[in-house]
Design a protein around this ligand. Sequence first.
Ligand code: MG
Length: 377
Amino acid sequence: MTAAGLAPYAANEFASRGRKYQEPRAAYRGEYQRDRDRIIHSTAFRRLVYKTQVFVNHEGDLYRTRLTHSLEVSQIGRSVAVALNLNEPLTEAICLAHDLGHTPFGHAGQDTLNACMRDYGGFEHNLQSLRVVDELEAKYADFPGLNLMFETREGILKHCSNRNARELGDVGERFLQRREAGLEAQIANIADAIAYNNHDVDDGFRAGLLSLDQLREQTLFETQYARVHSLYPELEDRRLIYEIIRRMIGTVVTDLIEETQRRLEEHRPGSIEDVRAAGKPLVSMSDEVYQQHVSLKRFLTRHLYGHEQKLEMTRKVQVMVKELFAAYSEDVQRMPPEFANAAASLDDAGRARVVADYIAGMTDRYAIAAHEDIAGC
Ligand code: MG
């Protein structure tokens, strides 16, 4: 059975690999709508509001947080899914869940926690997002985690080492067999990159870390700058930047939809299984726009994420996360009872994983307060 209005290669709940724990269907919601709702009601989702995207939560009220980032990813992803007759609720669910496993303090937090976990299997936020929805959310009486549909879980796990894939069972298989995820997962992945490239330009400019002259060296930006400037030569910077960014998003998203349509016509997949076996992702920008997108991403890495002011914050964060990890590893009783009890009977690796779960779940401000606590002892 195909859900009404969907392309034959869209994910389809009637042909899904389903949930790990069988549940009766909902009366008035589809299964992916239900996944989306479970994600929105999760504790990890609410914490995203106080987690860093690029700027630490206390650096200013107007910057993106992981929550607003996830919402922007979701609206881009949904637009693309609808335009291609793909499964919108599934795309939305994956987009909203993709950063649930992110540590406090963005990538600096994740890299430091990964270094702390080096001898115990490492830490990867993408894998942690899956761990949150599969195991760590403790809300339902009948199962651990959120018991999401296979396709939602498949989409959350964007990448994965072979070693981890072997331990993950069903969602790990595609990495070992070198198969692709469904189209909705592919959309969520690219929507993430489109969202952060654009909002980081906005936030970086607002923070005064990026200048108009610098940004104009980027083709994606300069093309739209020229267009907006010729239409509105007197426009003040704030509105100018916004008009440029909305056009940049529009250009990239339109290109993504049209290039993907072209690839779908070329490959003519008959089902999601054909998509998985296609040998390469079918959701893609054109080469030309992709090059411009990557160039902007590299520019942001160099000039925004690598800005001296950001690096100073990164160094502070590294110390905080390392000291938290050391303190909880040394005395698990410093953690709340549910973590302390879980860690008590485990070996070193198991204990380290519980400590990592606890730290990863923290918001920026909670981690700062917890560090003050520890440093004060
Ligand atoms: Mg993201």
